[in-house]
Design a protein around this ligand. Structure first.
Ligand SMILES: [Zn+2]
Length: 264
């Protein structure tokens, strides 16, 4: 078995990139900072990028050093280590504490494992135009969610505090080890997949907002590489006649990793 990787990440225009990617021996991960709300500290003195980076470092370390562990165990360990890094300066019981959504894929000799939490995505190309998509859209199906119309159309922080990292709500990685057990996880036989794509929602908006199929996304990546997907997203965003119709930012950080698996 041989795995090659392509990857690209770019911040939204005029902002700091709160996405993070890493690849290692048979694994890849994408994180997307779940940021603060205006006027809210989330009980933490650290920038969102610090939290995302710490999570990325701990996840990478666990994936490299504990290849036999289930992904849920690895994620729980990484969240606990990140929480310890905050030290005594931060109140991690604040429900708006910064964190990240994430997608992790690990390819082993016999199988492919994945874990997704929050609005990152995993797309597995099984050949013959068959794609398994793993998208955690619980944040889009919250009960009675109030939308706030501001510079960014979003949920109100008071409401988010009642559903974030709570059963029946949605989960992010950062201040709740239990998020690992609430992630979407799955496994396929290794031979079932030729390519696996991981991305932040800055890329998956091609399918969610702009009507692309995953087949089209994969084909563009195949012909023009990962940066072409980010260019395509920006073109769609710039030509969007009414970006205020969407919940979330007009532009977002965009990150994609594609793993290609060859050989038996
Ligand atoms: Zn902190």
């Amino acid at each position: 078995m041989h795995i090659t990787y392509t990857a690209a990440t770019t911040a939204a225009p005029n902002s700091t990139n709160e996405d993070h990617l890493a690849v290692g021996d048979g694994w890849a991960l994408v994180l997307d900072g779940a940021g603060r709300y205006p006027g809210e500290t989330g009980g933490c003195i650290h920038p969102v990028t610090w939290v995302v980076t710490r999570l990325g470092i701990h996840l990478s370390s666990c994936l490299s050093q504990q290849p036999e562990q289930p992904l849920t165990t690895i994620v729980r360990s990484a969240v606990e280590a990140t929480m310890a890094d905050h030290g005594s300066t931060c109140d991690l019981s604040d429900p708006l504490s910064p964190g990240a959504t994430g997608a992790i894929v690990r390819v082993r000799e016999d199988r492919i494992d994945w874990l997704v939490v929050g609005d990152c995505a995993v797309v597995i190309d099984q050949g013959q135009d068959i794609y398994t998509t793993v998208i955690d859209d619980r944040v889009d199906h919250l009960p009675n969610a109030p939308i706030v119309e501001g510079q960014v159309r979003t949920y109100s922080p008071d409401y988010v505090a009642t559903v974030r990292n709570k059963p029946g709500g949605f989960w992010v990685l950062g201040s709740s080890p239990a998020a690992a057990e609430h992630a979407l996880v799955g496994t396929l036989p290794q031979h079932a997949a030729t390519r696996v794509l991981l991305c932040s929602d800055g890329i998956s908006r091609l399918t969610e907002r702009y009507g692309w199929s995953w087949q089209t996304v994969m084909a563009l990546h195949e012909s023009d590489g990962p940066e072409s997907l980010i260019r395509a997203v920006r073109e769609c965003e710039h030509s969007d006649p009414n970006p205020q119709r969407w919940r979330g930012k007009r532009h977002d950080d965009a990150t994609v990793v594609v793993m290609r698996v060859t050989g038996a």
